[in-house]
Design a protein around this ligand. Structure first.
Ligand code: BDP
Length: 741
């Protein structure tokens, strides 16, 4: 055990397999890595002197197959605790224990062993892993339709060994359900993955962001275009779970990212990530064309109408400039008319015009616009949760001159948060899922734990995402007949309504902390997000199990204990923070501790009191037909379920109802007693996690053990603060005692 290990390899640590029987079997099954023509198809590189920072240990790759080969060599040598042989062609006979990686194009062996139609069925990113034999020799073929597919296959194969699964008699075929599996990095905003107290400040005088564009102090010499080890660790980790695109800067965008100096830095980053199949996108500020720093190429207010040829030409020019340095550039992510950001409405146009104006500008370049729907203009409705659909829904329904419906262009994605408020620990689904049949939609999930414990609380988010993606929208066709495939996941993967442009986006949690995520357990959220983005039907408990084996230990007792902690951690957090569907009870701005009494923030809909509506009758926001009628934005079956206090799921109750303190709950208890019980049991769960973790001390390396232990201690204190603050405040309205626990 390396007691100093800091967690910096994420789940790609590749420690020797500890079970002697398993190690023996793996060593027999895997002896040699064979990658033909790994050096032939070098990826594009823009930056002539692309280089790692001095003292780096990672190495820049020149091709995707080289990345696959190097990962297999690194991984297998580590897992098998001995060097594996590497060959660039199989020779006369394929050696026993060979692992052959490639595409039908790169490898004559793959061409001979894998029929074209088997790969054609797997699309661009899919792969297959097959055990084959010739005479007495047994070997494995990892084949992709593309080199990136082969790389994904290599990671999948490594995962088998990392999780103690058999590697013989394999016949695996896998492909992603969603085409664009992206991360959005928000620079340091809502990032808890630096190393200092708050989690936001970073090492070496850096600001905590993963990518250094303008680091000062001790890190001033380490800015891009230099490549740091952590960029490549992140790239390998992203590729290992199939992430294929990243927006690299905050949605509250700084125009600096569109300047030539930054574009040169972005191009270097794109160069370094390209072998891993990861493409770059940028967040932009809608009003960038008026920024004097682009002088003389600036626009006047009059030219800012999205339908204006000058506006479109400006964005086309800017995009072309980027594309010249980053030929596989994805496009722009846009936060417009949201939380003070400029947008088309400032110039008299709606979101459809704004998104389409930009989309028209970049369509000739093959680029995409990710237009975020996180808007809540108070003039639209008194209920914040209704506002986005009221703005976007009619544009999706709008009849078009050619007889079709929906104004958003083909190269626009609307990027919509999972719920109608803002990444709360539990929300109902956003009513737009299923309702926007004529528009490409991306779902946005938050990996960084803004509202789910930040860098202090252990909260495994995969069960939440599973709940969201497997929620039935009850979507119907235009005749009112229920769709065959109508879970949120089906809407996202396009099978619900026949969309081929599909996307899932996670707000990233990687920073420059030693372990990249701050809390060691936050690595699991990054891991699980990627796996779920690839295949939303996966079981979150299986993902936890995989991650624990890859990250902590393969010992069955340890695995069971840690998976057990993780699987209840999200529900526990919901219980002690915002149980039974109460939303947004956080102190202003920080979004960590409890602030249920806060009522004087600059916007009414930022106040916890706006959401809790506490009074002597009860608690919760009436959004049923007797209240704001948000429920009407859902499909009829769901509207009916949510709209009645008798049928609404209890864990969403206060999102939709003002629940009387003595309302009878399904348990037989009254609402007040049930509510208080949630707060207490949530905190108890945290105590249980702490005790379980303590019991694992002999099995876990010292540094990581101690760091997690310290976090769990804080976690328990802070969870109790939530319980006591909230229950104490509600008591002022309910006038009731705390029932015996
Ligand atoms: C909120 C965050 C804020 C983001 C905003 C967004 O507090 O930092 O800018 O979401 O998604 O949750 O635009």
């Amino acid at each position: 055990m390396n007691d100093d290990y800091d967690g910096s390899d994420l789940w790609l640590r590749y420690v020797p397999v500890s079970d002697p029987g398993l190690l023996r079997r793996y060593r027999k099954a895997v002896t040699t890595v064979i990658v033909e023509n790994a050096d032939r198809d070098k990826v594009y590189r823009h930056t002539p002197d692309l280089a790692m920072a001095p003292g780096s240990t990672e190495r820049l790759m020149e091709s995707t197959l080289e990345a696959a080969r190097e990962e297999l060599v690194r991984g297998l040598s580590g897992l098998l605790d001995r060097r594996v042989r590497v060959e660039s062609r199989p020779g006369h006979h394929i050696p026993d224990g060979a692992v052959i990686v490639g595409t039908r194009d790169s490898s004559a062996t793959v061409r001979r062993l894998v029929p074209a139609e088997d790969l054609a069925a797997l699309g661009d990113a899919g792969y297959l892993v097959r055990s084959l034999s010739a005479g007495p020799h047994e070997f494995t073929v990892i084949a992709g339709g593309t080199a990136v597919g082969a790389l994904y296959g290599a990671f999948a194969f490594l995962r088998l060994l990392q999780t103690g699964k058999p590697v013989t008699d394999l016949d695996i075929a896998d492909r992603p359900r969603v085409a664009n599996r992206h991360l959005n990095y928000w620079d340091t905003e809502r990032l808890y993955a630096g190393n200092d107290e708050s989690g936001t400040g970073g090492l070496n005088g850096e600001n905590g962001a993963i990518f250094n564009f303008a680091a000062t102090g001790a890190s001033a010499d380490l800015n891009l275009p230099l490549i740091l080890d952590r960029y490549l660790v992140a790239a390998r980790a992203m590729a290992s779970v199939g992430i294929n695109g990243i927006t690299i800067n905050n949605v509250n965008a700084n125009n600096a990212y569109l300047t030539p100096e930054y574009i040169a830095q972005e191009a270097a980053l794109a160069d370094a990530l390209r072998p891993y199949g990861i493409r770059l996108a940028l967040s932009i500020r809608y009003a960038a064309p008026t920024d004097p720093r682009f002088a003389p190429d600036t626009l006047t207010e009059e030219q800012m109408a999205p339908v204006d040829a000058d506006f479109q030409a400006w964005w086309n020019r800017r995009a072309r400039q980027i594309q010249e340095s980053i030929p596989d550039f994805v496009g722009f992510t846009v936060k417009a008319n949201s939380e003070g950001q400029p947008g088309p409405q400032d110039f008299g146009y709606d979101h459809g015009d704004g998104a389409n104006g930009m989309a028209v500008a970049v369509a000739p370049l093959g680029l995409t616009i990710y237009w975020r729907t996180f808007v809540y203009n108070p003039d639209v409705d008194t209920d914040r949760l209704k506002r986005a659909y009221l703005e976007f829904g009619p544009i999706d329904d709008e009849p078009q001159p050619d007889g079709s419906h929906g104004r958003f262009l083909e190269n626009v994605f609307l990027q919509t948060k999972n719920g109608p408020l803002d990444f709360q620990a539990r929300e109902p689904i956003h009513p737009m899922f299923g309702r926007m049949a004529n528009t490409n939609q991306a779902i946005e999930l938050q990996i960084t734990q803004e509202y789910t414990g930040q860098s202090r609380m252990l909260c495994f988010l995969a069960p939440m995402w599973e709940e969201i993606l497997k929620t039935d929208t009850h979507a119907t066709d235009d005749q009112g007949r229920p769709l065959d495939h109508r879970l949120v996941g089906h809407v996202v993967d396009g099978t619900a309504q026949g969309h081929s442009a599909t996307s899932i986006v996670g707000v990233a949690n990687l920073g420059n902390a030693d372990n990249l995520t701050g809390h060691h357990f936050s690595q699991a959220n990054f891991y699980a997000f990627g796996r779920q983005a690839w295949d939303w039907t996966l079981d979150s408990a299986d993902l936890a199990d995989d991650w624990v084996r890859m990250t902590w230990s393969g010992d069955e007792d340890v695995v069971d204990a840690i998976v057990g902690m993780m699987m209840g951690s999200w529900e526990a957090l919901v219980s002690y923070q915002t149980p039974l569907g109460i939303g947004h009870q956080f102190t202003a701005d920080v979004h960590y501790g409890p602030g249920p009494s806060e009522s004087d923030l600059p916007r009414e809909d930022w106040n916890p009191t706006y959401y809790n509506q506490a009074d002597s009758v009860g608690l919760g926001y009436d959004r049923s037909p007797t209240g704001s009628d948000l429920t009407a934005q859902y499909f009829p079956a769901l509207a009916a379920e949510y709209g009645s206090i008798d049928t609404v799921p209890e864990n969403l109750m206060m999102w939709f109802h003002h629940v009387p303190w003595d309302h009878p709950m399904r348990s037989g208890r009254i609402f007040w007693d049930e509510l208080v019980d949630h707060y207490y049991s949530g905190v108890e769960y945290v105590g249980g996690m702490r005790r379980t973790w303590d019991s694992l001390e002999p099995a876990i390396d010292a540094r990581r053990f101690a760091e997690v232990r310290a976090k769990l201690a804080l976690h328990e204190v802070d969870a109790a603060d939530w319980r006591d603050t909230c229950v104490g405040y509600w008591q002022q309205f309910s006038g009731r005692e705390i029932p015996d626990q």
